[in-house]
Ligand binder design. Structure first.
Ligand code: GAL
Length: 443
């Protein structure tokens, strides 16, 4: 396992990316660990109290008008929605190996995606050898990962990227059930501390903790179980983005802001427009629950996969940006068509996704054509005109409907990166079938 030398490099990049914490295994004395635990618990509890009227700004300060104690000036983990690549939608179990992961890391850099914010390289399910070792430790599958995870983590870090890994809280991972992955005992049940410490020792920056069927297989309860791993992560010297997944089954937005940095809100996305449209629909009432450090996760991107058209591709990414959703690519980055790389690389759409205020859009009008809006940190407004229908549609709204102050607003079409005439009232665009036009309004 790694020791202290490379950790200094990791520490620096973590600080630059806005992660909190003191790191390095040489600092792990019991007293210091206790202090760190208290500090991190305070941060999580502080985040948890950030409901309406006590909103955490991206710099960790609070705009609360109450007389509560000043919050420590620690940066928030996942202050903006995480962006990156995850292996699952590209290769599931069948083609996962270290070459695929390295290829993705290389491509993120080469295609300029890293510089646009796509930083996390997450290895999903099926990285594990079929069983734990004699000390109960998880081991990477030696056939898929002959160089070992340590060297893969180093490879990713050396490119200035962050590394993520998949675990599951029960005794099974999902692939054991759904993908016939032949293994046993590779879930984290009764190994939570050991597995969390493994993440620390490897230098992992992001944990995807996926429920699978832990209630059925092990009689576990969601909040308690996800809370247990939160506590184990809080003990560590290393800030780790904590992404949990239980498919929206227990309405995690009502409890997970106290537990995790992001939580899945739906079952798995598939690369067909009806799945994308249905997931968008399911986000309409969730905007009040998310914010810096605590994001609704409508699942990973499917762009580049299946029969999504260019308009559907732009609508998928554009709406994920409106929803302040994580942007995790799950396709072969060496085979992107021009429309997919263009949509993934649109800096104006990414800027909306990553807006530091972190206010998820609300739906103002629903039906075959929809209007969604969110306000941005600099006072601008982002407005999405979404056409779920099968033919082109003229979608109209007004300055008043989107909640902007009366007056003249300049309009930028962020989807096409073109200026439109200013307005003090009506806004109207023709939107392609299964398409979205994302507008940025500035006063
Ligand atoms: C599912 C999860 C997917 C993927 C898969 C791995 O439950 O929603 O995103 O992680 O498990 O087996």
């Amino acid at each position: 396992m790694k020791d202290t030398a490379p950790v200094h490099v990791k520490d620096q990049s973590a600080v630059e990316d806005g992660h909190a914490g003191v790191r390095g295994r040489n600092t792990r004395t019991p007293t210091l660990r206790l202090l760190l635990t208290l500090a991190l618990s305070g941060l999580i509890l502080g985040l948890a109290s950030c409901g309406k009227g006590d909103h955490a700004d991206a710099d960790g300060s609070s705009t609360s008008t109450s007389t509560s104690r000043p919050r420590p000036a620690e940066p928030i983990v996942a202050a903006t929605p995480p962006m990156g690549w995850n292996s699952w939608n590209q290769v599931r179990c069948h083609d996962l190996d270290e070459a695929v992961v390295k290829q993705a890391a290389d491509a993120l850099v080469r295609r300029g995606l890293k510089d646009l914010g796509y930083r996390y390289v997450v290895v999903d399910d099926c990285w594990q050898a079929p069983s734990r070792d004699s000390a109960g430790a998880l081991v990477a599958d030696p056939i898929r990962f002959p160089s070992g995870l340590e060297s893969l983590v180093d490879y990713v870090h050396d490119k200035g990227l962050k590394f993520g890994l998949y675990l599951a809280p029960g005794s099974e991972t999902c692939a054991m059930h759904w993908d016939d992955y032949a293994a046993s005992g590779i879930g984290s049940y009764r190994h939570e501390r050991q597995d969390a410490e493994m993440l620390d020792e490897l230098g992992v920056d992001y944990l995807k903790y996926d429920w699978c069927r832990a209630d059925e297989t092990d009689g576990l309860e969601h909040q308690k179980t996800f809370g247990l791993m939160r506590d184990e992560l809080a003990r560590l010297d290393r800030p780790i983005v904590y992404s949990i997944s239980e498919y929206g089954d227990t309405k995690p937005w009502t409890w997970a802001p106290k537990v995790a940095n992001l939580w899945r809100t739906t079952s798995d996305i598939i690369p067909f427009w009806p799945s994308v449209a249905s997931i968008i629909d399911q986000q309409a009432e969730l905007h009040s629950f998310s914010g810096p450090g605590r994001w609704n996760d409508p699942d990973m991107l499917q762009v580049g996969n299946g029969p999504l058209t260019p308009d559907e591709t732009r609508a998928h990414i554009g709406m994920w940006a409106m929803l302040a959703a994580p942007l995790m690519i799950g396709t072969d980055l060496d085979k992107l068509t021009p429309d997919v790389i263009d949509a993934l690389s649109n800096p104006e759409i990414i800027a909306i996704d990553q807006d530091p205020a972190g206010r998820q859009a609300s739906r103002l009008r629903s039906g075959e054509t929809e209007v969604w809006a969110r306000s941005l940190a600099d006072g601008d407004m982002a407005v999405a005109l979404l056409n779920k229908g099968d033919g082109p549609a003229e979608i109209s709204t007004t300055i008043t409907e989107v909640g902007a102050q009366p007056g003249s607003w300049s309009i930028r079409n962020a989807s096409t990166r073109k200026d439109l005439p200013a307005t003090d009232g009506p806004i109207s665009e023709t939107v392609a079938p299964h398409g979205v036009t994302v507008l940025r309004l500035s006063s």
